[in-house]
Design a protein around this ligand. Structure first.
Ligand SMILES: [Fe+2]
Ligand SMILES: [Fe+2]
Length: 236
């Protein structure tokens, strides 16, 4: 087996090279978007994981993917405009359709089950804070940051690069906030486990919320660890 990945590698770099590693990290509660700057060794220690099992899993899954020759694009080298279009078409579109639908589900389960399951008040509040924050965040990206990056790719203006970098700092702070809300949601829902008396709407709400979490992790990873990092490299 090839040993492509080592524990000294940065988590964000591993997912940048091999996007499917994100799934393995999620299953093991390793944060790879906002916590992408840490080494794998640090995360393994934090989560009290078996280093050998995790590394074997990473390397064997990578080997399998190589054998399948999957046609994942290499976002480390594709034009920035294409990466941006991919982020918008895949992740922004997903959030724009899923968040309003999930809002209805979360409101319904609060109404029906809130008297018995008090944590649903907090779930309702956290989810709607996240929804509003993300809606504004997507607008800043689509109306401010992404057009500036696309302009820069054509004009190579150093002035523009300074503005881009300042906007990125602000947006990465918002990513951190979204990550914190997701962590709290996961904790108060006990890893999105529904109670025994849950109805299908309750199940659907938690299942969708967990899917949204996974999609946001992949989304923030593409922005923090690839798009923003590539801009950072242009500054030096
Ligand atoms: Fe985004
Ligand atoms: Fe973002």
């Amino acid at each position: 087996m090839v040993t492509t990945f080592q524990t000294s590698d940065r988590i964000g770099d591993i997912v940048a090279k091999f996007p499917k590693a994100g799934e393995i990290f999620r299953k093991n509660n390793i944060d790879y978007c906002c916590g992408g700057n840490r080494s794998l060794a640090v995360a393994i220690k934090e989560q009290n994981l078996d280093e050998r099992i995790l590394l074997d899993k990473l390397n064997s899954t990578y080997q399998k993917a190589l054998n399948l020759e999957t046609e994942e694009k290499d976002w480390l080298t594709e034009p920035l405009a294409d990466l941006i279009d991919h982020i918008v078409n895949k992740h922004h579109t997903y959030l724009k359709t899923t968040l309003p639908a999930l809002s209805e589900l979360v409101t319904t389960i609060l109404r029906v089950h809130g008297a018995k399951h008090h944590e649903l008040r907090r779930v309702h509040k956290l989810f709607h804070t996240l929804k509003m924050d993300l809606e504004q965040h997507l607008i800043t990206e689509e109306e401010v940051l992404f057009p500036m990056i696309k302009d820069y790719e054509k004009s190579k203006s150093r002035d523009l690069l300074g503005k881009i970098s300042a906007t990125i700092d602000e947006l990465e702070g918002e990513h951190e906030n979204a990550g914190d809300i997701l962590k709290e949601l996961r904790s108060i829902t006990t890893n999105y486990t529904t109670p025994e008396d849950a109805c299908p709407t309750y199940d659907k709400a938690y299942k969708t919320m967990e899917e949204v979490e996974g999609d946001i992790f992949n989304h923030i990873h593409l922005e923090n660890n690839i798009l923003h990092k590539r801009i950072g490299q242009l500054l030096h």
